[in-house]
Design a protein around this ligand. Sequence first.
Ligand code: SF4
Length: 346
Amino acid sequence: MTNQIRVRGIKVGGGAPVSIQSMCNTRTDDVEATVRQIRELVSAGCEIVRLAVPDKDAAAALGPIREAVPDVPLVADIHFDYRLALAAAAAGIDKIRINPGNIGAPEHVRDVANACRASGIPIRIGVNGGSLEKDMLAKYGGVTAEALVESAQKEIAQLERFDFTDICVSIKSSRVPVMIRAYRLMAEKSAYPLHLGVTEAGTPAMGIVKSAMGIGSLLCDGIGDTIRVSLSADPVEEVAAAKRILRAAGLRRDGPDIISCPTCGRTRIDLIALAEEVERRLAGCTKPITVAVMGCVVNGPGEARSADVGIAGGNGMGMLFRKGEQVRVVPQAELVDALMELIDEM
Ligand code: SF4
């Protein structure tokens, strides 16, 4: 099991539930827009929100942002300038993402470690295939899992040197097999909690597939403590995708799991429309139930029986099941209403 860190009210690692992160894409110095987006992300289910802090203006905005969203776990994302990290810690930010190797002088690394220690906030080391050091690239002949892990270990050592171990680590690559291998290696070598992500995954169509493969396969192996899906899209979409990945990995039951068949030549009911309507009407439901929407009586009743509730269609009619018991047969037009009534009773 990994060590545990705490990001305001959210525990990360050490067996805590895997948390969902995203990152604002507003200008951080635009306090109003950033606060609005933080609230949107939190409403969508984001548990930790990261903000880019590229300059002094962004750092100066952190105080007002902190005041506007006092309970939201906030992470300041900083490159190179250790003074911005000190300013973020002073502004009440809950975690700093910075790589000691980018800071330069050891005394500056020490200052950041001491400031974070004094504020009780962790540091995420974020190694990224796109910014791997030249010596690592030369040693390993490119961005390999081994190169990413060695780079992360070097970064970790720079903080441990100042007795700072309140650390979380990410080792991202845009290449899914490299990312998976790197995290597996890291999990063998280190007990620091792991922040999973496929970096620069692309637009939602392919980016969600890459993220589900990379993040999802690691989660199924028990690796990973917090996740961020990176998409070229509204970050709210990242949160929705992250929630689905956690549900698919069996790590979240904060809503219904809908099982529906792909339809085939046996289907005698408008199953696709039915499944879409069920999904739409259950969008806000938080019951941890399994709902089956099946197109025929060949496989349908079996699946519907093992679900908490379900329907199996045929010739414009559908059978309604609850906990393995057939409830009744209703015409297609009434099926979804009847299913919703059953779910309301649960
Ligand atoms: Fe075809 Fe029935 Fe299977 Fe749906 S459940 S894919 S209709 S056999």
